[in-house]
Structure formats: structure tokens, C-alpha cells
Design a binder for this molecule. Structure first.
Ligand code: SF4
Length: 346
């Protein structure tokens, strides 16, 4: 862990904080897009160490949180079928659909399995030729190449009993920094690409503030150890082959044009939505969960009336309370004792 420890060094963190304080002359608001960064910020109390008036707004970067409720219901419908082995990453199991979650399907006898990679699901299909194996493909650009690879591999291996329920969302791809330039030009705001460790986040904030104070708006890559301007070219060509860009509904936000991926026509036979005829299943969003406002940075999780009361990780009303990258989960884990409402509930 030595490598990661270097990005958690308290002395270097103090230096970065001193630079941020020195550079700041007025209030600024910045959004961190990724849920992993939100967790790093809340876990390390970074937002509480910033100069007064510098606010961090938590963005929509949690793919589990933005998976629409109808997609969860499609997963539940497929997973409940006796011929199906339904494979998913673990944090999807507790995400509430309109009436229940995947854990409830499993408890009722459904064959729901947690896997750690989509390729594990391909292997499950190879090992169980008499069953239908479905993988729940959820995520941003970071997970899409592995999912594309899984579908590609299933076809290469002739596994007709494998399919994928695809709910991929697309922010301007984090796999290369060039995609952000048009955003900077259009909106005149700085964008800094940075990592997830405390020093990464502090350096990102410092660079944003230096640009804002100087009246500059540029794309800066502070995460060169992972992000190259041109991105990951083999991953991009795999994505192009297997997926098509499509309109996508984001849970709590609504329809966003060209913000998702679906399997391309060449791979349509692996589309679980089509194979199990659940494409037309639609359900309304639950009304009490304010995930949409949380995901858009309009409220902090603790401002939701249900936070820590009706909504906890054991009794979630919305995905942000159960996803490992959800803002409500971060506040519940690290901040709930700061919340009077929850303290009064013991
Ligand atoms: S605390 Fe629960 S109900 Fe409120 S926004 Fe978060 S997930 Fe939804």
C-alpha cells in the first residue's frame, strides 16, 4: 500500500490546504463529479477544512444511483425466472426497485449471484449451458470496456445462453481529457481531472481555485498517472464495436440525450432486455426519495427529510443510500452523528 499512502500524507495535505487558503480571496463553489471522490471528501473531512465560503457540491457520479427504477424492475423481473442465473456486482442487490430489490428475489429462491467481473459471468454461462445467464451491466465509461469485452468474448466462445442487461451511462468520457475542452469553452468554467485519494482531491481543488481566482477556464489534467489526453485507445475501439451511444434516463434526473450506451445491432442477440421482452416495462419514480436533488447537487443528503430516519443502509429508499459511491451512504457512514435529526433518534 506504499503507493497509495503517498497520496494520503498528512504533511503534504497541510501544505496543499495552506496553498488553497492563501489563494482564496472570495467564495467559490465547485462540483466533484465522481461518487468515489465524494466518499474521499466526506471520509477525510476535506470539505470541513476548506476556507469559509469554498463549497463542494456533490455531483451525479455514482452509476448505481442513476440507474433508473424501471431498469431495476427489469432486472427483478428477469432474475425471478426459474431458468435464469442473474449475475451482478454486489452493491446493486440492495438498490430498491418499485416494490422490492434483488436480495428479496434471492430470498424468494431466485438464483442471484454476486460476481466481481463481467468475465466471471461469462464463465458461469460456460459452466451452466442449460441455464440462461444474465449479467447486469451498470456503470460509467470506466466499467464499460470490461462489459464490452465480456459480450465480445461470449460471442467468440459461442455462448448463446449469455446476455447482458445494459444500463450504461456516459459522462464526457473520463478515458481521455480531450472530451472536456468543448465544455470549458461553452460554459467558461475550469475543469480539473483528478483522482480519488485525499491529496488528489486537494490538488484538484487548489488548481480549480487558482484558475477561478485568475479568471482562467481551462482543462487541467492532474491525474496523469491514470489519464492520457487521447484516452485508452484499445478500450475505445472495443466500445465502438460492441456499444452504440443512446439516450438514457438517469434516475431522479430524467432523460438525457446521448448519455448512455446500448448494445449495437451487431450484438443485439446478447441484449437481455430483448431476450426476456422487458424493454417496455416502465414504472414511476418513488416520490419521497430526493435522490434527484442530491445527484444534481441541489441539496446535501442530510437535508432530505428521510435521511437516517426512514432511509438507512438497512432500509434504503433510494440508491444513493446503498451504493458504495452514493453521497447519502457517505453522509450516513461518516456524518450522521453531526445530524441532530438522527442523533435524536438515538
Ligand atoms: S437519504 Fe435516502 S430518501 Fe433521501 S435522497 Fe438519500 S437515498 Fe433518497
Amino acid at each position: 500500500m506504499k503507493y497509495l499512502d503517498e497520496f494520503r500524507d498528512p504533511e503534504l495535505a497541510s501544505k496543499l490546504l495552506a496553498e488553497i487558503r492563501q489563494a482564496t480571496t472570495r467564495p467559490w463553489a465547485m462540483m466533484e463529479v465522481c461518487g468515489g471522490q465524494t466518499h474521499s471528501i466526506i471520509r477525510n473531512g476535506i470539505d470541513q477544512l476548506l476556507p469559509e465560503g469554498v463549497e463542494l457540491i456533490h455531483g451525479p457520479g455514482c452509476p448505481v444511483c442513476v440507474t433508473p427504477v424501471e431498469m431495476i424492475d427489469r432486472a427483478l423481473e428477469i432474475a425471478a425466472r426459474p431458468e435464469v442465473i442473474f449475475c451482478s456486482f454486489g452493491d446493486m442487490l440492495r438498490v430498491p426497485g418499485s416494490r422490492r430489490d434483488l436480495f428479496a428475489v434471492k430470498a424468494a429462491g431466485g438464483d442471484v449471484r454476486v460476481v466481481y467481473s463481467p468475465l466471471d459471468a461469462v464463465q458461469v454461462a460456460a459452466d451452466n449451458p442449460e441455464r440462461e445467464v444474465v449479467f447486469f451491466g451498470v456503470g460509467f465509461e470506466t466499467t464499460a470496456p470490461a462489459n464490452a469485452m465480456a459480450v465480445h468474448q461470449a460471442r467468440e466462445r459461442g455462448l448463446r445462453n449469455f446476455s447482458m442487461l445494459v444500463s450504461h451511462v456516459l459522462v464526457p468520457p473520463a478515458m481521455g481529457s480531450w472530451q472536456y475542452e468543448p465544455l470549458v469553452r461553452r460554459y467558461g468554467v475550469p475543469i480539473v481531472i483528478t483522482g480519488f485519494e485525499p491529496l488528489d482531491v486537494l490538488d484538484g481543488i487548489r488548481r480549480c481555485i487558482l484558475q477561478l481566482e485568475a479568471g482562467r477556464a481551462e482543462v487541467e489534467n492532474a491525474y496523469a498517472r491514470a489519464v492520457r489526453p487521447e484516452g485508452n485507445l484499445p478500450a475505445q475501439s472495443m466500445l465502438e464495436e460492441v456499444f452504440d451511444v443512446t439516450d438514457r434516463r438517469w434516475r431522479g434526473i430524467g432523460d438525457i440525450p446521448q448519455s448512455g450506451w446500448n448494445l449495437s445491432e451487431a450484438y443485439a442477440e446478447f441484449d437481455a432486455s430483448r431476450r426476456f421482452a422487458v424493454e417496455d416495462l416502465t414504472v414511476p419514480e418513488a416520490s419521497r426519495c430526493r435522490a434527484g436533488e442530491v445527484l444534481q447537487g441541489l441539496i446535501k443528503p442530510s437535508e432530505c427529510e428521510c435521511f437516517g430516519r426512514e432511509c438507512t443502509p438497512r432500509t434504503p429508499l433510494g440508491a444513493p443510500m446503498v451504493s458504495s459511491e452514493g453521497a447519502c451512504a457517505a453522509y450516513y457512514q461518516y456524518r450522521r452523528l453531526d445530524q441532530g435529526a438522527v442523533a435524536s433518534h438515538g
